[in-house]
Design a protein around this ligand. Structure first.
Ligand code: GLA
Length: 384
């Protein structure tokens, strides 16, 4: 098991059995993409792919870190100012330390070993899982008394400010607040959230991994965010009370954005429509109308592909291959985009046949190996 491997490695490196062990999951998102940073709605869940971490206080002010999957170590002082590391992965940890220091918490040095089985670059939020694991562990270790939502916000700020990706709150939230067999609808404006049971007999979440590694920070992600802000500014000229795309209607966009900037209109109308799909999609789930929910997933993909333009040939192809197949309820690209996974709601009994058919074709057409995972919905960040 992942956690025991991490604990054993910690013991090997630091000659101590006393480490605190924390696990923090990756996430899936059923629907509601690129809505979180627009104050909209999302419908994620934590999954059974995790980061496991072992951590213990040091008696000095040093950080000694070891990333097991990469076989890389990092050592440095914990006192500010912290400087980003060229290794990249330490920045998720340093970013958390910086956020805590900026809020006036004095924390001492620590030793830390971590490993994970969340596929990297697959849109399943391995970075949020790591940030949450770190802040959750430090909170315990140094008895900081932070509540879960504060930890989520600090993880997000660490990513925004230290790593440099202007991501929203969804990934950290889902990883921290996940609950077994429940999806969570989060209102990213008020931060109110509701759990919905997600347990239909024989229903599975199948993730098809394009193996196109998305590199969000260097990609168009931050550009999309700016385009949404540009749309809000155009609407605000006529509706000064509008604060975000959450307050914007398709009519406002048609009147005030479409005539000025067609591209910005397309981006913003996707977001407004996607919010609507989350709200009506949760109603479908509550009624048990999976077919209607599945249609919304396909519509979400259409929008991601043509209006928001964050998909890629591989994920378009994968969604095209499953659409209309008996036992497939819905599919769409998941996460930030430009690769990563498609999320497919499917009946358990069709999975083997589906994958056996698609994988060789994917290799032939896209010249890439297809990977797939079945996502089980699990609890959020916790001490092991
Ligand atoms: C990434 C970001 C999230 C969210 C999604 C798109 O996963 O980290 O905040 O914006 O993309 O829905």
């Amino acid at each position: 098991m992942l956690t025991s491997r991490v604990a054993q490695k910690f013991q090997e490196i630091f000659a101590s059995n006393g480490a605190l062990l924390v696990r923090s999951p990756g996430r899936v998102n059923l629907i509601g993409e690129h809505t979180d940073y627009n104050n909209g709605f999302v419908l994620p869940a934590a999954v059974d792919k995790t980061i496991s971490l072992a951590i213990e206080r040091r008696s000095d002010d040093e950080l000694h870190l070891f990333a097991m999957d990469l076989g890389q170590s990092y050592r440095g002082p914990i006192r500010p100012p912290l400087t980003p590391s060229a290794l990249h992965w330490p920045n998720y940890i340093l970013g958390i330390v910086e956020q805590l220091q900026e809020r006036g918490f004095t924390i001492g040095g620590f030793n830390c070993v971590f490993a994970g089985d969340i596929p990297l670059g697959a849109g399943m939020s391995s970075s949020a899982a790591l940030e949450n694991a770190v802040i959750f562990a430090i909170n315990r270790l140094f008895e900081l008394g932070l509540d879960p939502m504060t930890m989520v916000r600090l993880s997000q700020k660490a990513e925004n400010e230290f790593v440099g990706l202007q991501c929203g709150i969804m990934d950290m939230f889902a990883s921290m607040f996940g609950r077994k067999e429940q999806v969570i609808r989060l209102d990213c404006q008020s931060l109110e959230y509701t759990y919905f049971p997600f347990k239909a007999p024989g229903l599975r979440i199948l993730l098809l991994d394009t193996q196109v590694e998305h590199s969000l920070a260097s990609s168009e992600y931050n550009v999309r965010r700016q385009q949404c802000e540009a749309g809000v500014k155009l609407v605000q000229r006529h509706h000064p009370a509008v604060k975000s795309l959450r307050d914007v209607t398709l009519e406002m966009l048609a009147a005030h954005v479409a005539p000025v900037d067609e591209l910005v209109w397309r981006r913003c109308s996707f977001v407004v429509e996607e919010n609507e799909r989350v709200l009506s999609g949760t109603e479908d789930l509550l009624r048990g109308d999976l077919a209607a929910f599945g249609e919304k997933m396909y519509a979400s993909h259409e929008g991601l592909s043509h209006k928001y333009e964050v998909s890629c040939a591989e994920s378009d192809w994968l969604v095209g291959q499953v659409k209309g197949v008996a036992g497939v309820i819905g599919a769409r690209q998941m996460g930030g985009g430009f690769g990563g996974c498609t999320i497919n709601l499917v009946k358990a009994e069709v999975i083997d046949g589906l994958v056996a058919r698609i994988a060789p074709e994917y290799k032939r057409v896209m010249n890439r190996d297809l990977k797939w995972y079945i996502g089980q919905i699990e609890d959020g960040t916790s001490v092991v």
